[in-house]
Design a protein around this ligand. Structure first.
Ligand code: ZN
Ligand code: ZN
Ligand code: ZN
Length: 159
């Protein structure tokens, strides 16, 4: 974690930003909860435990800054909250999500798996792909044995 913070400190520095104590507290909360996809408010509630004087606006600006610098990606799982997700340092594209309609868990797939699809899209539509978002909505491995799959209702389409 310290190395990761050091690299992000460097990235901020390259863009003339400092890793202030409040930004660092925000970053630590994100790293400690890396796969939880926290919203700005959830991050703030945890940051306040480390740095009680930190306001929501400060946390929000830090999250926006790190999104602009490509350290974080914003994701939306259809519940109306913008959530923040680390961009994998060595991955070219954003990872995928498996969203369980039963328990609400969001799991991550860190393999891209889209090589053939990306090739087909770029050939057929002459489109150069920079990134993508892929979410699967369904029933996770924890729930699959406890539900009648014919009874599970599909989630409403989201924007
Ligand atoms: Zn994720
Ligand atoms: Zn890809
Ligand atoms: Zn589940």
């Amino acid at each position: 974690m310290e190395e990761r913070i050091e690299r992000i400190r460097q990235q901020l520095h390259e863009h003339s930003y400092k890793l202030t104590p409040q930004r660092e507290a925000t970053l630590r909360v994100l790293l400690e909860n890396e796969e939880k996809h926290l919203s700005a408010e959830e991050v703030w509630l945890l940051v306040k435990q480390k740095a009680p004087e930190t306001g929501l606006a400060t946390v929000y600006r830090t999250l926006e800054l790190m999104s602009e610098l490509g350290i974080l990606d914003k994701v939306n799982f259809g519940d109306g909250a913008v959530r923040y997700d680390f961009r994998s340092e060595d991955a070219e594209h954003h990872h995928h999500h498996l969203i369980c309609v039963e328990c609400g868990t969001v799991d991550e797939i860190h393999e891209d798996l889209l090589g053939e699809v990306e090739q087909a899209v770029s050939d057929k539509f002459r489109f150069h792909i920079l990134d993508h978002r892929l979410s699967f909505h369904g029933v996770c491995h924890r729930c699959i044995d406890n539900v009648d799959l014919d009874e599970v209702s599909k989630p409403k389409p989201q924007m």
